[in-house]
Design a protein around this ligand. Sequence first.
Ligand SMILES: CC(C)(COP(=O)(O)OP(=O)(O)OC[C@H]1O[C@@H](n2cnc3c(N)ncnc32)[C@H](O)[C@@H]1OP(=O)(O)O)[C@@H](O)C(=O)NCCC(=O)NCCS
Length: 153
Amino acid sequence: MMGERIRAMKWWDIPQVHDIEVECFPDDSWSIDQFWRELAGSTREYLVAVDEDHAVVGYAGVFVLAPDSDLQTVAVRPDRRGRRIGRELLDACVQVAKRRDATSMMLEVRSTNEDAIGMYEGLGFHAIATRSRYYPDGGDAVIMRLRPLEVSP
Ligand SMILES: CC(C)(COP(=O)(O)OP(=O)(O)OC[C@H]1O[C@@H](n2cnc3c(N)ncnc32)[C@H](O)[C@@H]1OP(=O)(O)O)[C@@H](O)C(=O)NCCC(=O)NCCS
């Protein structure tokens, strides 16, 4: 990260977050309402990465029900990728989960999403299962887990 910082997502971030969501997940993007509901849930925490001009350049969310936690989503604006923003967002989610007494984190990712799988492996996640035709379009999912919740440097 070069000048970006991570903070809690606020309701006023939702329009910018939703724009990134639509760009990153055009086929199955969450609605504005879904982001509102996620922010209201006490078992969830959402974070944004903002640049020097306070523009949102990425976001992530985690669901924690100790001792388990689930990465709900992570995305970085296409023009800001490769600056380790995704990694920092994920690391921040792991810290949230640890603070809420979780001892492991799970996630599912499209088996063809090499960028994301590379990022998760870099943080110490391991594939533990695959789910055939998990996504509505027939795509397979890989289930990955980080346990214990220690991020590799
Ligand atoms: C996945 C995503 C969040 C990564 O964000 P990012 O800020 O570009 O990632 P980082 O710069 O933090 O990279 C961290 C690691 O991810 C992997 N990675 C990221 N982009 C990659 C690419 N284009 N090719 C290969 N590996 C890549 C690398 O292992 C990288 O580690 P390195 O910097 O040591 O090489 C981003 O590509 C994205 O928003 N994709 C679309 C949304 C999405 O698929 N989200 C995940 C849904 S499960």
